[in-house]
Write a protein that binds this ligand. Structure first.
Ligand SMILES: NC(=O)C1=CN([C@@H]2O[C@H](COP(=O)(O)OP(=O)(O)OC[C@H]3O[C@@H](n4cnc5c(N)ncnc54)[C@H](OP(=O)(O)O)[C@@H]3O)[C@@H](O)[C@H]2O)C=CC1
Ligand SMILES: O=C[C@H](O)[C@@H](O)[C@@H](O)[C@H](O)C(=O)O
Length: 319
């Protein structure tokens, strides 16, 4: 089918890398079984999604790989090259010798030869395999970014991924990478929505040519790490109503807002109607007044690292 999702250029030393501006998230909570995940992804490809966001930690790499294989076999896509696939290095593997084995493990899970984008998931390292949540703070430290980034560069040079980047990185951490990087990060994937706008980080990334990708654009309603704040936001409800959108469609206001900031959007829905609705943001725009109203909304971070590691002021101060 014709794909109506615009694409954006992603700065990378591989010329011409582009990314569809809407990607489908695959982190689900409560977790769903592999079969449900695979069917949802096939449905998303049918609906027009060509960009998928996974991570080793989500357990969604295998179902995504199976969905891609099915989409190819039933002719929804002609070639894997039509897709943009992102995966992420988990904190347990955030040391130089483990990065290449980790990306190879992700590729094996996905049954793919290359990723389009490989991200460092968090600027954190766990000292061992930890299954308890929140992860005890004694097991967590800030990664040695210089050696880990060099291993990420090696992934790109080996052709295991077309581009490399980071996730949940502050401008301070990005500045550190830029001071030694041979290949600068192409993308920083961070939480971003009208209630956590990341103004300064966006300005910094724009100035440095780092593309911002927004995770949790809908406030992660219903997940362990999100809540109902977007759903309950009176101003967003008013804007949706004024645009003739139903209350449920206020989500589109969030997605359109992210898009108008120049960022790409990683939203998750495994519901056919909602995944289709989330693509319907390209034939209308927000007015100057509406953008102004959103700009003034009180800010509140949702997905803090506190949802999965024990609170540690000492650690947070280093991020
Ligand atoms: N790098 C990182 O650290 C992080 C990355 N991510 C990535 O970003 C993706 C998206 O973020 P996520 O935190 O999942 O949250 P989102 O903000 O995308 O919200 C997802 C929730 O919103 C619901 N939803 C989606 N569309 C609609 C709609 N149109 N109307 C009503 N409800 C809707 C979904 O339910 P339903 O499925 O039932 O429609 C789901 O419960 C993740 O899946 C993951 O890939 C997320 C968090 C952190
Ligand atoms: O176990 C930890 C959690 O899954 C944590 O990794 C998520 O909040 C995450 O950053 C995501 O990408 O969805």
């Amino acid at each position: 089918m014709e794909n109506k999702v615009p694409i954006v250029s992603v700065v990378s030393s591989f010329s011409g890398l582009t990314m569809p501006v809407i990607g489908m998230g695959t982190a689900s909570y409560p977790p769903v079984d592999a079969g449900t995940l695979k069917s949802a992804i096939v449905e998303a490809i049918r609906a027009g999604y060509r960009h998928f966001d996974t991570a080793f930690i989500y357990g969604s790499e295998q179902p995504l790989g199976a969905a891609i294989a099915e989409a190819l076999s039933i002719g929804l896509i002609k070639s894997r090259n039509e897709l943009f696939i992102t995966s992420k290095l988990w904190c347990t593997y955030a040391e130089p010798d483990l990065v290449i084995p980790a990306i190879k493990m992700s590729l094996e899970n996905l049954q793919l030869e290359y990723l389009d984008l490989y991200l460092i998931h968090w600027p954190l390292k766990f000292s061992k395999e930890v299954s308890r949540l929140p992860v005890p703070k004694e097991e967590v430290s800030v990664i040695d970014i210089k050696s880990v980034w060099s291993a990420m560069e090696e992934c790109q040079l080996l052709g295991l991924t077309k581009a490399i980047g980071v996730s949940n990185f502050s401008s301070r951490k990005l500045e550190e990478i830029l001071s030694f990087a041979k290949i600068p990060p192409a993308v920083n994937q961070v939480e971003m929505n009208p209630l956590w706008q990341q103004k300064e980080l966006n300005e910094y990334c724009k100035a440095k040519g780092i593309h911002v990708s927004a995770h949790s654009p809908l406030g992660s309603k219903g997940t362990l790490w999100g809540d109902n704040r977007i759903f309950d936001c009176h101003a967003l409800k008013e804007i949706a109503e004024a645009k003739g959108k139903t209350i449920a469609q206020r989500w589109q206001i969030c997605l359109r807002w992210v898009y108008e900031q120049g960022a790409s959007v990683i939203a998750k829905s495994f519901n056919k109607k909602r995944m289709e609705e989330n693509l319907e943001i390209f034939d209308w725009s927000l007015s100057v007044e509406e953008l102004e109203k959103i700009r003034g909304l009180p800010q509140c971070k949702f997905n803090s690292i506190g949802t999965f590691i024990e609170p540690s002021a000492e650690l947070e101060a280093q991020l």
